[in-house]
Every structure is written in C-alpha cells, then in structure tokens.
Design a protein around this ligand. Structure first.
Ligand code: SF4
Length: 433
C-alpha cells in the first residue's frame, strides 16, 4: 500500500486558520480514493494553527507528500518539506498550485515533481507513475478540467472541529453550524491586482451536484450555513444563475458569498434572497473611477450603488470590499470613500491594504503602474489586515515612484495613514468587517 499525505502548512499567524476548508486538497484526495480505493492510504497532515517552530513534532511518515502552494505559503511549505526530507530521506515530494505555475524553474529545484495547471487528472497520472517507479519531474494539464466529472470533496480527511464552525454568517444566523464550499472554477475578468490563475470562462458544478453536496453536508455534518468561496457566487449570466441559485434554495440552507458589483439584475438578487443568501461581499475595490480604470475592474460606481440598493431591498447584507494603496488613488480618498459609504449604506466594509501578489498584472509589470521596490518576502504578504492577525501593524510591500503615469503619487506613510484613519472611522460606526 502507498501512503500519501497532503500537507497543509503552518499558518499560526492567521487569525482564524480553519476558517477556509482546504478544498483543493479534499477534491484531489476524493479523486484518488475513487480511482485507487484501498491501494492507497490517504491522509491530510494538517499543520494549520501550529507554529513553524513546532511543526517538526507533527510530521508523520508517508511515502509521498503533496503540497498545493500559494506564494505566501512558499517559505513555510519549503521548511516543512526540508524537515520531512531530513527525517524521512526516502520520501517523494510533489507540488502544484499558483506559486508552482508562476515560478516553475525554482519549484522544480525544490520538489521531486511539479504539477502545472489543474491537478484533478494529473494527480491520478502521478500516483500511477509512482506505483510503477516512473515519476516524471513535470506534469502538465493544459485543458480546463470538466469539474462535473468528479464527486464532491469528501470531508472525512479532516476532523469535525476543523470542518464545521459557527459565526460564518452574521446577526440572527450567527450560531448556525456552517462550512465552506466551492461550486465553480475560473473567472472571466482580468483585474490587474488579482492573482487568479483560473482566468477564462467560469465552469459551474451542475445543479444536481450542488444539491447533492449540500445534502451530504447537512446529513453528515448538520451544516445549516455555507460560505461560498466562488469568485462570483451570483453568476452574472442569468441562464446559469437561475438553476444555480434554485439548486441551493432547494436545500434550505443560509449562505453568504461574493459577487461582481455589476451585471446582476434585481430579479437575480430576489432569487438569491429566496435561495437563502444573507450576505454578499462586493468587490468594488476603490471609489475612485481613475483607479477602477487602472486596475481594469470594469465596473461603474453608479451601477454598484444600484446593486447595493437592490441587495438591501431584498434583505441581503452588502459588504463592500475596498483596497487602499491601489494605483491612481487621490490624496482625499478617505473623504471620497466615506461619501460613497454614506450614499450606498452597505452593512459592513472590508478594507484591505494593497499588496502586489505574484501572478497579478501589477506585480508582473510594476513599472507601468509607477511601482518600485516590491518586497520579495512573499511569506510576509498580507492583504487582509483588517482581520488576518490582530497583532499585525499595517505595512506596505512596495512604494510608488514620486511621479507615476497618472501624476504625483502618495508616500507609503500617507497611504498607511489613510488606511488607519478609515479603519478607525469604520470601527467607530460599527461598519468594520
Ligand atoms: S478580482 Fe475577482 S473579478 Fe477580478 S479577476 Fe479576480 S476573481 Fe475575477
């Protein structure tokens, strides 16, 4: 029997390390079990919530270790991998994920094998090759995977307290036991600050599979609340949105998600409310039109206001997602943002400080955005200061040239000052998410 462990790296700096399910790893584990049955011993080595220093005490021996890597996790993953190699020198280490796709050469030096593209099909090929002692250094899947070919991710690989939690929804739904789910992959937009590698047409799970997964979570885990991790939880295409929302609605759970700020009709908002939606996070990012243009957001502020109004009308909480420090931001962004908040009346605001994530257009072409001195310390990158770690102090990972393509820039101190000022006002008004 081949013993395989999927490693979730230490993440002790995270305010709530178990808030999101490791859905990619769970999908791959489920596919492997379906394909190989009891020829494999499959497990998750869950180091989330454990400090880097203590990780060494939680490393069981396996024949093969799999890693799914984002750049922020790179240092921690490599440390764990090096420890495993020193304790169990005969083991095999395979990595995939956003970081591996962006930094292929370096990743190939770190791991025995790397996976480029989506791993759903290649993971099977890799295990077959390991069983035949024919592991290749690189596996590439170029075609988008048909996500409806696979069963829903089995949650049995992680313990119950790390799957179900309360506090996922707000207000009267706060105490409902809930978990996170993902019913689609890909995003057709190209925001220049986003490091989404799944650009391209969105692929959705069928209504039947969505319903099946929720019923499984209700039956086996008593789940009554869901956090949809989809980039667009109310699809902008009504032909897709209707059956998608109706399927969730039939299960009678309450849920939250995030969506575009435009292209969603009042009819779809009404349907989302009827389908149990209680909160929607809206990626507006900035209330300054010039910045929206520079980041290729393709939304108009007036449309966003109308959308927030429609959400309010149907009783869905609207959470604004904003980022300070984006290119083109004016000095008086705090006042302008407050004006927008007062006019549109969202239920809460999640304010982030901009961080040029590897893979985004801004990080790839910093000069054309007037950006210099980008920090190479990815492990230190955070773009969720508001709630990521209570102890953290706001910090910038780059600076703007004094003169940028859109005129004079703001200093990092000024950007942090603006961020802290608005954050304090939001807290005072009880709007801070
Ligand atoms: S920010 Fe959201 S809408 Fe824009 S590309 Fe990324 S996932 Fe898509």
């Amino acid at each position: 029997m081949l013993h395989i462990g999927f490693v979730l790296p230490p993440d002790a700096g995270n305010f709530k390390p178990f808030r999101s399910q490791p859905l990619t790893s769970l999908y791959l584990l489920t596919i492997l079990e379906e394909k190989f049955g009891d020829r494999l011993d499959l497990s998750v080595i869950d180091l989330r919530g454990i400090s880097r220093e203590n990780a060494r005490y939680y490393l069981p021996e396996r024949d093969v270790y799999f890693y799914t890597l984002m750049s922020q996790e790179y240092r921690n993953v490599c440390e764990v991998k090096d420890l495993l190699c020193s304790i169990y020198p005969k083991t095999v280490h395979v990595a995939g994920g956003v970081h591996v796709n962006l930094f292929q050469e370096d990743s190939a030096k770190q791991f025995d094998s790397i996976v480029l593209g989506e791993g759903d099909e290649t993971v099977v090929e890799i295990v077959k090759d390991i069983l035949n002692a024919e592991l290749k250094p690189v596996y590439q899947s170029s075609e988008p995977v048909d996500i409806n070919r696979y069963p829903c991710p089995d949650r049995k690989y992680i313990p119950l307290p790390a799957i179900v939690e309360t506090g996922l929804l707000a207000g009267e739904n706060m105490d409902l036991p809930g978990t996170s789910v993902l019913f689609s992959r890909g995003c057709p937009f190209r925001c220049s600050f986003c490091a989404n590698v799944n650009f391209g047409p969105t692929r959705f799970r069928t209504p039947e599979l969505i319903e099946q997964e929720i019923e499984y979570l209700k039956k086996d885990y008593n789940v009554k609340a869901l956090a949809l991790k989809d980039d667009n939880a109310i699809p902008t295409n009504e032909r897709i949105a209707r059956p998608f929302l109706e399927a969730i609605g039939r299960t009678q759970v309450k849920w939250r998600g995030q969506s575009r700020a435009n292209g969603i009709s009042a009819d779809m908002v009404k349907l989302a409310a009827e389908a149990g939606c209680t909160d929607i996070g809206i990626g507006i990012e900035s209330v300054w039109p010039e910045t929206l243009k520079l980041i290729n957001k393709k939304i108009k502020l007036e449309e966003a206001k109308q959308y927030i109004k429609a959400l309010r009308k149907y009783g869905i909480g609207a959470r604004l997602h904003l980022i300070f420090g984006l290119p083109g931001e004016p000095q008086d962004i705090v006042g302008r943002t407050l004006e927008f908040i007062e006019e549109s009346e969202p239920s809460s605001v999640l304010l982030n400080l901009f961080c040029p994530l590897p893979g985004s257009d801004i990080a790839t072409n910093p000069k054309s955005y007037g950006i210099r001195n980008v920090s190479p310390d990815w492990h230190d990158y955070r773009n969720l200061y508001a709630r990521f770690d209570e102890e953290e102090q706001p910090h910038m990972w780059f600076e703007y040239e004094e003169t940028t393509p859109w005129g004079n820039s703001m200093s990092s101190e000024r950007i942090i000052g603006n961020y802290s000022e608005l954050q304090a006002i939001l807290r005072e008004r009880n709007l801070n998410f």
